[in-house]
Design a protein around this ligand. Structure first.
Ligand code: PLP
Length: 233
């Protein structure tokens, strides 16, 4: 099938992979410690196929509905896909989200944790979960406040037995991202969590140097997004 998507996705992918390798080496970390999550939100299946054909298997989407539409088909065409939800999740979409995603990075409130736990039991599934932390305490942003993290983790891991393995953050626009990355890294260490999802196209090298295990790159791979996604899914 001819592919009309114009961005050189395979080339950009190769480029960011080598930049990631350099950052990993420069921070004296071991190769293979950083997972590239290719953020395909807003991009059509033909763009995603370019990445899949180049060998990329880990992808991030921020809307459940959009992801379901694209990935139910793509999963039939390619093996070993690992799909991450990186956008806010409404409880009424938890069933679909649990069915579709291998990792939900945006666990951020007790009600959602309870609904996800019930849904995992119902679907007899186990998925990875990261807790999103609102490191800048921004009122409009999703995520658990730093002060609420210990009790929230206790609920998730203790009471609900959720497989929480990491933390995720999106630093405030206009602030030095590194400060937020260090904070998230400290919190993960305190709570014995091994995964750190932080760093986007503009700041992933800094994030890797601060210990990121997952970087979420969209525009660096697929080019500029046409539509700006708005509102929760
Ligand atoms: C869109 C998005 C990204 C990717 O952003 P780029 O700047 O295009 O790399 C990463 N993380 C989250 C949570 C996003 O919504």
């Amino acid at each position: 099938m001819e592919n009309k998507f114009e961005t050189d996705v395979a080339g950009q992918l190769k480029h960011v992979q080598s930049e990631i390798a350099v950052a990993v080496r420069e921070s004296s970390r071991m190769a293979g410690q950083v997972k590239l999550v290719a953020v395909s939100k807003t991009f059509p299946p033909e763009a995603i196929r370019l990445a899949l054909n180049a060998g990329q298997r880990v992808f991030g989407e921020n809307r459940v509905q959009e992801a379901a539409g694209k990935w139910s088909q793509l999963r039939t065409e390619y093996d070993n896909i690992e799909l991450h939800l990186i956008g806010p999740l409404q409880t009424n979409k938890s069933a679909v989200a649990v069915e579709l995603f291998d990792c939900i990075e945006t666990l951020d409130r007790p009600k959602l944790a309870k609904v996800i736990a019930a849904e995992l039991t119902k679907q007899q599934k186990s998925i990875e979960l990261f807790v999103q932390v609102n490191t800048g305490a921004e009122p409009q942003k999703a995520g658990v406040l730093v002060d609420d993290l210990p009790s929230f983790l206790e609920l998730c891991r203790g009471d609900l037995k959720l497989n929480v393995t990491g933390l995720m953050c999106i630093p405030p626009i206009g602030e030095v991202a590194q400060k937020h990355f260090s904070l998230l890294s400290d919190l993960a260490q305190q709570h014995n969590l091994s995964n750190l999802s932080m760093g986007m196209s503009a700041d992933y090298e800094v994030a890797i140097k601060s210990g990121a295990t997952h970087v979420r790159l969209g525009s660096a791979i697929f080019g500029r997004r046409q539509i700006t996604p708005s509102g929760p899914d």
